[in-house]
Design a protein around this ligand. Structure first.
Ligand code: WQD
Length: 343
């Protein structure tokens, strides 16, 4: 009987974490969630059990609480850690920077301290394309283009997080560490049973679109159409959340092969950019609905255009996207319609 390969997923009840939970089980790992559900909902836990047919292993704790997190490490002999626990809304972080620094840095430091104490040397960190700040004219970014200053406190917590990993791995060279720099995760599980569960008014574009279309919100505001892009609206690299989740399994498997420890920073995106207006048009095409939106002022912290160079992720992790932009929009809409029956 193969020994359980327990993987701690901090923030595992969140949007990316819950989809990664499913992919870990599909790949033979045993995921354990540590999450106080501040950015999730019990419905996600219930539906994760429906999708996987397995009883969920979860510690409902604040991941910045060292003593509570230590008890989870005492209970399970972890094979690896995927650290998701962080706030992630660019716009919100501009308004509440300390909330982001306290939680995003605090949760990382406590988890790393326990990784040393319990010798859990395989570590995947949820980083972000916001570490690139506002790229100049070349909007496609390779991993070498990290800035020291991000465009938002959220992005700054990811730059600092990566600096912490560099110092940490230098002091603990046996650790196998991969930081995945996400671009714009969108969509939902094809089953329609889990997806993005924004608490309160969504900060991100696609959940705002689906909530407007379903009637929960009255109107979408497009934050600026005077950027130096083809249609004047910002460009982003929208990646299906299930493709992103699978990249985490690949990152763990890559770490397992690093005999003498490693630290890699890897973009995870589609390598293509789409504007806000293009996303709206694609949504209208797919759903045959007319979306109620208006053009408003720019949002503080937004960068005009960014999308991933994906040479490293395809080469090093042997990973490619399996879903299209239309799949992601369709799955997000399915999830929104299913949510309506839940409430
Ligand atoms: C996308 C575009 C907005 C809402 C995200 C994640 C962050 C990080 C980077 C992983 C922007 C526009 C949005 C609205 C709008 N990913 N918009 N009206 O800011 O790129 O950040 O990707 O770490 O975690 O949050 O995503 O969806 O907020 O915005 O016009 O109501 O949509 O201006 O151009 P963002 P977003």
């Amino acid at each position: 009987m193969q020994k359980d390969k327990y993987i701690l997923i901090t923030g595992g009840a969140g949007f990316i974490g819950s989809h990664t939970y499913v992919e870990l089980l599909n790949s033979g790992y045993t995921p354990v969630i540590a999450d106080d559900l501040r950015n999730s909902n019990r419905l996600v836990l219930k539906n994760l059990e429906k999708i996987t047919g397995k009883t969920i292993l979860i510690a409902e704790i604040d991941v910045t609480d060292f003593d509570k997190l230590e008890k989870v490490f005492e209970k399970y002999n972890f094979h690896g850690i995927i650290h998701f626990a962080a706030y992630k809304a660019v716009g919100e972080s501009v308004k509440e920077p300390l909330k982001y620094y306290e939680n995003n840095i605090g949760s990382l430091v406590q988890t790393l301290k326990l990784a040393i104490k319990f010798e859990v040397e395989s570590f995947v960190f949820s980083s972000s394309c916001t570490v690139y700040g506002a790229p100049d004219d070349k909007n496609e970014v390779t991993e070498e283009e990290v800035q020291l200053l991000a465009n938002s406190p959220y992005g700054q917590t990811k730059i600092i997080g990566e600096l912490i990993l560099r110092d940490f791995q230098k002091a603990n060279p046996n650790f196998k560490m991969v930081a995945l720099r996400y671009f714009n995760p969108i969509g939902a599980h094809p089953s329609g049973l889990i997806g993005e569960f924004p608490i309160g008014t969504p900060n991100n574009l696609l959940p705002y679109i689906t909530q407007t279309a379903i009637g929960k919100l009255n109107e979408l505001t497009v934050f600026g159409d005077d950027y130096n892009t083809e249609d004047g609206t910002c460009i982003r690299d929208y990646i299906h959340v299930c493709d992103l989740a699978k990249a985490h399994v690949k990152a763990l498997e890559f770490g397992e092969k690093c005999e003498n420890g490693c630290l890699e920073f890897i973009n995870v995106g589609t390598g293509k950019g789409n504007s806000v207006l293009e996303i709206i048009k694609q949504f209208e095409l797919l759903t045959k609905l007319k979306l109620n939106y208006k053009i408003g002022p720019r949002r503080e912290g937004d960068v005009p255009a960014i999308y991933a160079n994906t040479d490293k992720v395809s080469g090093l992790l042997n990973w490619r996207t399996e879903y299209t932009l239309s799949d992601a929009i369709e799955h997000a809409w399915n999830w929104e319609k299913n949510l309506q029956h839940e409430n």
